[in-house]
Design a protein around this ligand. Sequence first.
Ligand code: ATP
Ligand code: MG
Length: 238
Amino acid sequence: MSETTGPIALQVEGVRSGYDAVTVLKGLDFTVGNEIFAVLGANGAGKTTLLATLARLIPLMAGRIRFLGDDVSSLPPYETASRGMGYVPQENGIFPDLTVLENLSVGGMMGERPRDERLAEVFELFPDLRSKRAQTAGTLSGGESRMVACARALMQDPRVLLLDEPTAGLSPIYVDMFFEKIREIHRTRGVAIVLAEQNATKALEVADRVMVLTLGEAYAVIDARDVTTEQLKEAYRI
Ligand SMILES: Nc1ncnc2c1ncn2[C@@H]1O[C@H](COP(=O)(O)OP(=O)(O)OP(=O)(O)O)[C@@H](O)[C@H]1O
Ligand SMILES: [Mg+2]
């Protein structure tokens, strides 16, 4: 298992979670430093379950989650969000009946800095959203909705950003742009990023380390520069 880089953002110890009688995550142990940490795995491997568990939307069956050193295992999601956990779910990451600006303002309700300062930053990161700010979010394209969901989470000034397959279903040009933004967010804001992905090639391009999930178990945490996409695909059939 490779070493964590930078201060520890998340520490996951013996975490089991799932849905009622179904245990999906079967005892995970890993840490996330100030890095881009990719979670790879096939459909149904447990990536979404893991991110929702980290965001404290799914109760733990066992184990412990520390966020910036504090045990957050029994805290509600709004509490972890207000401490700086930004979550961009795989689906339904926006309020469809609100405008783009209103969506972003909801994110801006947390944190200290003036809303307009943060808005200027997210519009700089996603310039397309500035001209669409009065548009009802439900009428945006898939790529634009993804940008809004991500921008809304950034409006919270997160310390850790959980991104669940942010580019799934997007056209190649959006995919490349989005991965570039992920890198930029990490580099310029110092936000640790947990990125759930099926696209191993792209994940390896941006990640510092990757964890491969297979049926709810972590098979490895690997330094991204020590492994090729072909090796990953062959070893884990993703
Ligand atoms: N609400 C639920 N109730 C019961 N089982 C669930 C529920 N949500 C997910 N599961 C099951 O948990 C397992 C892991 O699902 P999860 O959504 O975490 O996978 P994933 O890695 O995100 O997959 P994908 O790449 O398709 O998004 C699957 O077997 C799924 O059927
Ligand atoms: Mg998923």
